[in-house]
Design a binder for this molecule. Structure first.
Ligand code: GTP
Ligand code: MG
Length: 273
């Protein structure tokens, strides 16, 4: 009697497990990390990412000819990772946004299914990568965002002024764009390839925080399912920040430009993955 009641639930659980395993088995997954002068972090971040329990996981570093030799260090350790560590070297510091666009194009050409964005400085904890992946696989998100502001404010070691600025920047972006996303400038994400195939990457022009906002805005406008996964963001312990007042200004005016530009564009509505 006991068995007969529980049987359908057990059978369903087994079917779901098999389904997840089949999906896992065919997925090719890529983490993209842009780097500029990250010699103090690079080896540790490569190791920490590539040991994550995500199937067929590769890592692409996009280095902008870092004067401290970050790119050469990547080349030196590439052999240790069995063709899972890739490198694109660009001629000079061309900005975070264009680095990601180059990475997205490479990912699409090389047949990756889930494409992650993260920083090299351990502000994004590599151990949170499986949580983003799970949101995509199990909850069927087309974009999973590692969110500092989904449940309270989860930022460690930033000066209070910077936390307040970042939080209210997100409030400002929500107010202008109407997106229902708590952490609008987050740079820790996982996209399904269909999002990157749909967005016209050549039209993405911003470089810093505005780039992160513009990508989320386009994903939302196209109607993809977006899930925010709470994460804890920790300030970098090694190396130095590349953020500047210029990047902040770009974001402030950029949001207005993005919103205004959207009035003159048609966004193809798509189904989810
Ligand atoms: N390829 C490339 N990478 C960059 C460029 N600017 C920043 N990065 C990388 O982008 C990531 C984020 O840069 P950060 O300087 O950490 O910026 P942030 O995380 O917003 O600010 P802080 O945490 O305060 O330093 C890091 O991995 C940087 O090395 C760039 O122009 N080109
Ligand atoms: Mg950082």
């Amino acid at each position: 009697m006991f068995f007969s009641k529980k049987m359908p639930i057990i059978a369903l659980s087994i079917l779901i497990a098999i389904y997840i395993n089949i999906i896992d088995a065919v997925n090719k997954n890529l983490v993209i990390i842009p780097t500029y002068n990250e010699i103090e972090n690079i080896e540790a971040i490569v190791e920490a990412v590539l040991k994550q329990p995500i199937p067929d996981l590769h890592l692409l570093i996009i280095d902008d000819n870092s004067p401290d030799g970050t790119g050469s260090r990547v080349k030196k350790i590439q052999m240790q990772f069995d063709n899972r560590l890739h490198l694109i070297e660009r001629s000079g510091k061309l900005g975070l946004g264009t680095a990601y666009i180059a990475g997205f194009e490479w990912a699409l050409q090389n047949g990756y299914d889930y494409i992650f964005e993260m920083d090299a400085d351990f502000s994004h904890n590599p151990n949170d990568l499986p949580k983003l992946y799970e949101a995509c696989i199990v909850e069927k998100a087309s974009l999973a965002i590692g969110s500092r502001y989904k449940s309270g404010v989860n930022v460690v070691n930033w000066p209070m002024g910077r936390v307040i600025m970042s939080y209210f920047a997100s409030v400002y972006v929500r107010f202008i764009t109407r997106m229902k996303i708590m952490d609008t400038t987050a740079g820790f994400k996982c996209y399904h390839r269909s999002v990157l195939e749909t967005i016209d990457l050549q039209r993405i022009k911003f470089k810093g925080y505005a780039f992160q906002i513009e990508m989320k805005f386009n994903t939302w406008k196209h109607g993809f399912k977006i899930i925010e996964v709470p994460i804890v963001f920790t300030d970098r312990k090694r190396g130095s920040s590349k953020m500047s007042g210029g990047i902040f200004n770009e974001a402030f005016w950029g949001v207005i430009k993005i919103k205004f530009g959207s009035f003159f564009r048609k966004y193809k509505k798509v189904g989810n993955v």
